[in-house]
Every structure is written in structure tokens, then in C-alpha cells.
Design a protein. Structure first.
Length: 367
């Protein structure tokens, strides 16, 4: 690993705030690349060459003992068992006691910078790989793409906020960190954020466990930012070529959640029935249909009551006794409601064709 001048400057600045001494960072050529004394930058430090040769700390007892040196301690800095530079602290014998802590602090700062850079590069590779799969005409081949193992099929997951909420730039990094923690066991999992949508590719995971992990993401993100994430999950992909279609399916599942004005919900495309068709109907056409069929239902509470009643009636296959029991009402009350719905709309819920017309109207309505 080569230490950039910028990183060296950051290390010197951080150490100066703690130690209040003159500090130098010297590269493996013996050149000072960062210093609290700017005049020493880009000068040769022969004491550093001795450190490189001996792989040990070197204390210089007087200024000018070696070319370009001042009195002080110089210690090798290691990263992954290799010397990548030398850190020097100017002063008398009293600075010797700081040598080990100086070295350790420098190595910690370098490791943190490396991990930050590594994480950034990995996230970029995730982004490029996902975009090349889902939007195949938007990218040329890149050596940075991650090769995915489709011997186990992938889920494509799309996450988004409800229509009235927005994901801000400062929330994206914590969100990616959350995804990385939650899916840490799945080495082939990829994540990115693209145009307000979270995109996840993951394989070797059961349906139940995927729901559990996404639920954990929802809970943590809601707790941190009071924002509700919905997730749509596309059809399984057995080849790279199937990923764009699965992505569209995942988006469709999200649209169905939005259509129902739900929050913190998870939907699989394979579980949709009418949900495949209804969100595609233009809003103007939806309103026209609902107003025509339910125009006589003027009160919001009335609409809710009849929608709940019709849903229960359908669930119990038209069985009056079971439906009344589930609604905690008398059979005669249920009969009265069904008759009133027929009277107000002109459509009889006991008649199959009329029932379908009413069911579609209640599905399309958004209150």
C-alpha cells in the first residue's frame, strides 16, 4: 500500500492535535511527504533510511546527526506486515516514551483510511455491477464488475419510500452501512441506491429469511430516521439475462404497495394477482370507474364499511353465517348491508358478475 500525500497530511494533523510536537511522515524513499514544519516537506531524511534498513526505531540525539534530520524518535509504520512509511517525532529523550503510541496511532489511522477507501471502491463495484445487469445498455464492459454465481438463483429487491417521503443524500451512506451489516453473512449480496430506489441482489437465501432481514432493515431505518421503507421482490433469476425483467417485477410489487398506500410492507411479485394489472391502469381511468360504480356512496365511513363487508363476504365464499360471525354482527344485519349496497349501487353482491364489478371498484378506490 502506498501512502498518498493527502493521507500523510491527515495523519500528521491528527497526531499534532494529540501530541503537540513537531511530527514528520516519511515515505519508503526517505522523503518527508508531510510535516508540521512545511519547510521540511520534500526533503531527504537519512535517519528514515536507517529505520527502513534495520526495521527498528531510531533515536537521533542531535540535529544534523544525519542529513536532513533533527533530534527525535523515528519509528517504522506497518500495514499488513510491510513497512509503508516512517513516523518521526522531534524532541529530546522525553519523546522516546511516545514512540510506540505514535506508531500505533498512525497504523490505526492508516487502517481506517484503507477500510474507508476499500468500502467506497466496493460500493462503486456494487453500483457498476448492478447497473450493468439491470440497465445493460448504459455501461461498457468494466474490469471492476463483480462476477456473480448464478448456480443459485438471485432475488432482485427494490426498496423505496412512500410517495410523500424522500431519501436524502446524507441518509444513503448510513442506509448502505445498515444493509451491509444485515446481509453480512451473504458474500454475494450487492446493494446500491439508484434514483431514490434501493436495489439489492442476493442469492442462497430462503424466502422466509429474506423477509426477516428486510424487516430488520425497515425497523432500524424507521427507528433512526422515522422513514418507512417498502420492499418489492421480483421473480427469481437463474441467469444474468433474467435480471432486468425481475427488476421490473420488483418495481411492480412496490407500485402495488404504493397503490394500497401501505408503509413498511414487503411484497413478492409472485404473490400478486390483480396487483399485476391494477397499478397499470391510469389514475384518470380508475377515478372514472370508481365514480361510476360507487357514486352513491358519499360518506367515507360508508365506503369503508361496505368494502370491509364485501371483502369478508368474498373470503367466506358468500356464507352468511360465517361472514356475520367474523364481522361480529347478526345475520340479519349482514343481509341488510348487502341489500343496501345493492340498492345504492344497482349491483347485487350476491350475483357473480355484479360482485366482480363491485370488488374491482373497491380495489381501485384509494381513501
Amino acid at each position: 500500500m502506498n501512502i498518498s500525500k493527502q493521507l500523510a497530511r491527515n495523519i500528521v494533523k491528527n497526531l499534532k492535535d494529540v501530541l503537540k510536537q513537531e511530527i514528520n511522515f516519511i515515505d519508503t524513499e526517505g522523503i518527508i511527504i508531510a510535516s508540521t514544519d512545511e519547510e521540511r516537506i520534500r526533503t531527504l531524511h537519512e535517519g528514515a533510511k536507517i529505520v527502513l534498513d534495520t526495521k527498528k526505531e531510531v533515536f537521533i540525539s542531535e540535529d544534523g546527526q544525519f542529513k536532513g534530520t533533527k533530534r527525535g524518535i523515528n519509528a517504522p509504520v506497518y500495514f499488513e506486515q510491510h513497512i509503508i512509511g516512517i513516523i518521526g517525532l522531534t524532541g529530546g529523550k522525553e519523546v522516546k516514551k511516545y514512540a510506540e503510541i505514535l506508531k500505533k496511532m498512525t497504523e490505526i489511522l492508516i487502517k481506517e483510511a484503507y477500510l474507508k477507501d476499500f468500502t467506497f471502491q466496493l460500493r462503486e463495484r456494487h453500483r457498476l455491477t448492478i447497473e450493468s445487469l439491470l440497465f445493460p445498455f448504459s455501461h461498457f464492459d468494466s474490469p471492476h464488475l463483480i462476477e456473480l454465481d448464478f448456480s443459485s438463483p438471485y432475488y432482485v429487491v427494490v426498496g423505496q419510500l412512500p410517495d410523500n417521503q424522500e431519501l436524502y443524500q446524507e441518509q444513503i451512506t448510513p442506509l448502505l452501512e445498515l444493509l451491509e451489516r444485515v446481509f453480512s453473512y451473504y458474500s454475494q449480496a450487492l446493494f446500491t441506491v439508484h434514483r431514490q430506489q434501493i436495489i439489492i441482489l442476493v442469492n442462497r437465501i430462503s424466502r422466509a429469511l429474506l423477509i426477516s432481514l428486510l424487516d430488520k432493515v425497515q425497523t432500524n431505518f424507521d427507528k433512526s430516521y422515522q422513514l418507512q421503507l417498502n420492499f418489492g421482490i421480483g421473480s427469481l433469476c437463474y441467469t444474468e439475462q433474467e435480471t432486468p425483467q425481475s427488476f421490473l417485477h420488483a418495481q411492480h410489487a412496490c407500485e402495488w404497495i404504493t397503490f394500497h398506500q401501505s408503509v413498511n410492507e414487503i411484497r413478492f411479485f409472485e404473490d400478486l394477482d390483480l396487483g399485476i394489472l391494477l397499478p397499470a391502469i391510469p389514475s384518470g381511468q380508475r377515478s372514472l370507474y370508481v365514480n361510476r360504480i360507487l357514486k352513491s356512496l358519499t360518506e367515507e365511513e360508508e365506503v369503508h364499511l361496505f368494502k370491509k363487508t364485501l371483502t369478508c363476504f368474498s373470503k367466506n365464499n358468500g356464507n352468511i353465517k360465517k361472514c356475520a360471525e367474523e364481522l361480529f354482527i347478526h345475520k340479519n344485519t349482514l343481509q341488510y348491508r348487502l341489500n343496501k349496497l345493492h340498492s345504492l349501487t344497482g349491483y347485487n353482491p350476491r350475483n357473480y358478475d355484479d360482485y366482480l364489478i363491485l370488488k374491482l371498484a373497491f380495489l381501485l378506490i384509494q381513501i
